[in-house]
Write a protein that binds this ligand. Structure first.
Ligand SMILES: Cc1cc2nc3c(=O)[nH]c(=O)nc-3n(C[C@H](O)[C@H](O)[C@H](O)COP(=O)(O)OP(=O)(O)OC[C@H]3O[C@@H](n4cnc5c(N)ncnc54)[C@H](O)[C@@H]3O)c2cc1C
Length: 367
């Protein structure tokens, strides 16, 4: 049996690392185990929104500008129509997952987190965590093991009220970013988003409900993007992932709590998965210190509300007719899009968000 710690985090992705950092900030001893070794890659749109940057800074992590590429807003493109808005504050960062992971691990190591890399967790029981060849005890066990979480099952937390699933593929292209916006292209049955991640590279992610649709085939529906990428070398291989949104009945029980994608996730289209995980980690660490996981349950639900709502609104735009009308409303009145982006990154009050919803409704009726 290995020496125990206050908190054992299963999964050393962004959510697990954020939880470890937050717990160390509050003086708890922390062990993190991951079946892989750093830097861990994962298919992702690689956009860290301004609220995500602030949340990461609260955990003591600043990402040097040279590790990524700043962008100042979001652009929606649907056929001939395009609309863009800058963030109401700060800027966002496109950062390759491997860079983000390396930087977060460095900070966690400096903060005194103990790591077990290439260590597969095979079960939990009470305060014991079972690894391939050993076991360890911990007061708290945190499942940060991603969308297919086994901790969720072991902890009896798999019961969900809703589950939606889409399929994603991403590849990097060695092309200088042509825009200082993250671009979201709406196609017939899929979306493509392009994130600048360095002065010489972009990350292209495809999301759809079709598990068989791949990037090369999807790009045929987006000739503007295909043309820009036609001579660009690939900076990575195409990798797939499932983007799952679950609404779990509970995210904690006894001494077990879930964080990040393990705790439900939010559709990849929002670009808010990382930010949400960082906020959850911060909240969870507070609740571990006060030994009150019921506060985590309540706070987790509150944190998910805005990103889940934004995901639903954005996915309504999959319907072509509605999208055409909304895009025309945005083009006629770009302020509507600006307000929507402000709501998206948590910079508007519920009242302002509601007023914006009404304004959009009015815009739809009058355009
Ligand atoms: C296509 C796509 C695009 C996205 N774009 C964005 C974006 O632009 N911006 C954004 O903020 N979010 C985005 N997201 C969401 C974001 O990627 C996720 O929310 C984030 O990766 C969640 O991190 P996590 O740590 O919870 O899970 P993961 O990153 O999946 O980490 C889980 C870790 O657990 C480990 N693990 C699993 N089981 C075990 C075990 N039994 N023992 C030990 N280790 C284990 C795994 O090896 C892994 O390292 C996107 C997602 C997708 C699919």
């Amino acid at each position: 049996m290995l020496k125990g710690s206050d908190v054992f985090v299963i999964g050393g992705g962004p959510a697990g690392l954020a939880t470890a950092l937050a717990a160390r900030q509050r003086g708890l001893s922390v062990t993190v185990a991951d079946s892989l070794a750093p830097p861990i890659d994962k298919p992702c749109g690689e956009g860290l929104m301004p609220d995500g940057i602030v949340a990461l800074q609260r955990l003591g992590v600043s990402i040097p500008a040279v590790e990524g590429q700043r962008f100042r807003g979001i652009r929606f493109v649907s056929g001939e129509l395009a609309v863009e808005a800058t963030f109401p504050y700060g800027s966002a960062l496109g950062v390759r997952r491997t860079n983000l992971h390396r930087i977060m691990v460095e900070h966690a190591e400096a903060a005194g987190v103990q790591f077990l890399w290439r260590a597969v967790v095979t079960g939990i029981q009470g305060q014991t965590v079972q690894l391939n060849n050993s076991a360890m005890t911990a007061r708290w066990i945190v499942g940060a093991d991603g969308g297919s979480s086994r901790v969720r099952r072991w902890g009896g937390l798999d019961q969900h009220r809703r589950k939606e699933q889409r399929y994603a593929f991403r590849r990097h292209y060695r092309a200088a970013p042509w825009s200082d916006f993250m671009e979201l292209y709406w196609g017939p049955h899929c979306q493509l988003y392009v994130t600048p991640v360095s002065p010489a590279e972009v990350c292209v992610a495809l999301i759809s409900k079709d598990p068989g649709l791949r990037l090369d085939q999807a790009l045929e529906a987006f000739p503007q993007v295909a043309e820009r990428l036609s001579n660009a070398e690939h900076g990575s291989v195409e990798r797939g992932a499932v983007s799952v949104t679950r609404k779990l009945a509970r995210v904690c029980a006894g001494n077990v709590a879930l964080v990040g994608d393990a705790s439900g996730g939010v559709d990849a289209i929002t670009g808010e998965g990382l930010c949400l995980a960082f906020h959850q980690a911060d909240l969870l660490a507070d609740c571990l210190v006060s030994s009150d996981l019921s506060a985590y349950q309540r706070g987790h639900r509150a944190l998910a509300r805005r990103p889940v709502l934004m995901a639903r609104l954005m996915l309504l735009l999959e319907h072509q007719r509605l999208r055409a009308r909304v895009m025309r409303a945005f083009v006629t009145n770009p302020e509507l899009f600006m307000h929507m982006l402000a709501t998206h990154v948590g910079a508007s009050s519920p009242l302002e968000a509601a007023a914006n919803g009404l304004a959009l409704g009015w815009g739809l009726l009058t355009t």
